[in-house]
Design a protein around this ligand. Structure first.
Ligand SMILES: Cc1cc2nc3c(=O)[nH]c(=O)nc-3n(C[C@H](O)[C@H](O)[C@H](O)COP(=O)(O)O)c2cc1C
Length: 193
């Protein structure tokens, strides 16, 4: 069976966002494991969907919005996802929730892992995101990568390179190991369903 395709999703879209930096760092780190997985960065800026405005979730009725259709086709192409997310008022950015709502069968029976950044490493947002993933019939994994506290301030405000935080690589290794186990298991199971 081919190696799983994993999307790294940048979950904020504002002009001066920080999200690019951890997404790029993670993509480069994960690319070292090209024998195990293929990664691609997905940027929600490339899918400017309106606030959800369909007759129903596409679990029940096909979406009419062309960007939404393009988003659904892109999401469908992956075997697992890593959400790189900020925390906005203790939850996930609204643009990410909207993008999650705009697909349903495309997320089903696939694993999700998380990299959060912010004062508490987006821990509260990631916990909510795990619950959303359950409703989307995904398998959220345990180990997250969290850039938090003084370390977040140093990389966000002072431009400290993420490569100077070695614990991130340790956490990312465990996160990827868990994600790949589920991605391979569920990929096999989906072909037999
Ligand atoms: C609307 C808004 C709400 C925020 N709420 C939180 C929060 O609840 N917890 C937190 O740690 N940081 C919060 N922050 C600070 C973000 O962690 C920080 O601005 C981060 O860079 C946002 O991600 P982005 O740059 O990718 O948009 C908030 C920022 C914004 C813009």
């Amino acid at each position: 069976m081919s190696t799983p395709k994993i999307a790294i999703i940048i979950s904020s879209t504002r002009q001066t966002r920080f999200g690019d930096k951890p997404a790029q760092w993670l993509a480069e780190f994960a690319a070292r494991r090209s024998a195990d997985l293929a990664v691609e960065v997905l940027d929600l800026r490339d899918y400017p969907m309106p606030f959800f405005d369909e007759v129903a979730s596409n679990a029940w009725a096909p979406s009419t919005n062309e960007v939404a259709q393009r988003w659904q086709q892109k999401v469908a192409a992956f075997d697992g996802y890593i959400f790189v997310t900020a925390e906005y008022n203790r939850s996930i950015p609204a643009v990410l929730k909207n993008a999650l709502d705009y697909a349903y069968p495309e997320w089903n029976r696939k694993p999700a892992a998380f990299l959060g950044y912010g004062g508490v490493g987006a821990a509260r947002a990631v916990e909510q995101l795990r619950l959303i993933c359950i409703e989307l019939q995904m398998a959220p994994t345990r180990t997250g990568v969290h850039i938090q506290g003084g370390d977040f301030m140093a990389v966000w405000r002072e431009g400290k390179p993420l490569t100077e935080l070695p614990y991130l690589e340790q956490n990312a290794t465990t996160m990827l190991d868990e994600l790949l186990w589920w991605a391979n298991a569920l990929k096999t199971a989906r072909t037999q369903a």
